[in-house]
Design a protein around this ligand. Structure first.
Ligand code: CA
Length: 240
């Protein structure tokens, strides 16, 4: 059950209407999936079916979605997309801190949902391919003040300490580092990170920037590395 050609998605959602919306979209795009209606089922299927992507509702009848993320992350790096009705950024930050890769706030459009699934599947397939083929990797390293990024190894150090970034945080940081000194617009960043620029994704970008800064900045309220250009975008500053 572990080899799936186009990707196998586990949908964890207790709300039948939303579950149907999601599974109908997946069926239309010929993606294989399974569903879990509660946390216990979700954990069982995450272990036995080794999905390529997990779509996870945070509000489940038997346990909190964040608890599921913590448990799954203790053995697997499978991409997890959180689907949540909660509006507060703190819930999203908690989910991302626990190891979720991306999130969607309900109500969301089917196109938006499928775009996120494609990004997650691509990442999952890239991860599997790199393990199998051992392809020669880009060797460049970025150094800026106490920030050290090894693009190929996917590792980031701040003042000599390795920090753990989610794939989207890492993509975001690399994009800014590779364009160090330049202001990157929100549209450009959204397109590079999520593959499309939807203005509805702007709050997501802000949340990811918040979690990224918490990890790399000594004082996230007064960032040294990533400067905000209000209404425009972000820039990686040169730090001595
Ligand atoms: Ca729910």
């Amino acid at each position: 059950m572990s080899q799936h050609e186009t990707g196998y998605i586990l949908v964890v959602e207790d709300d039948a209407a939303i579950r149907n919306l999601i599974t109908t979209a997946l069926e239309l795009h010929e993606l294989s999936f399974d569903v879990a209606e509660n946390g216990a089922q979700a954990l069982l299927k995450a272990v036995s079916h080794t999905p390529d992507v997990i779509v996870l509702d945070l509000g489940l009848p038997d346990m909190d979605g964040v608890e599921i993320i913590n448990k799954v992350r203790s053995w697997s790096l499978v991409p997890i997309i959180v689907v949540s009705a909660r509006q507060e950024d703190t819930d999203k930050v908690a989910a991302l801190d626990a190891g979720a890769d991306d999130y969607l706030t309900k109500p969301f459009s089917v196109d938006e949902f499928l775009a996120r699934i494609r990004v997650a599947l691509r990442r999952s397939q890239v991860a599997n391919a790199s393990v199998q083929t051992n392809a020669p990797a880009e060797s460049s390293v970025f150094e800026n003040g106490g920030l050290h990024i090894d693009y190929a190894a996917g590792c980031v150090l701040v003042d000599g300490q390795e920090i753990h970034l989610t794939p989207i945080e890492f993509k975001l940081l690399c994009l800014l580092a590779r364009n160090s000194g330049k202001v990157l617009t929100h549209t450009y960043i959204l397109k590079e990170v999520w593959g499309q620029a939807l203005t509805s994704d702007l709050p997501s970008l802000r949340v990811f920037m918040t979690t990224l800064r918490k990890k790399i900045e000594a004082d996230p309220a007064h960032p040294r590395y990533i400067q905000t250009h209000v209404g425009v975008g972000y820039r990686m500053m040169r730090v001595d």
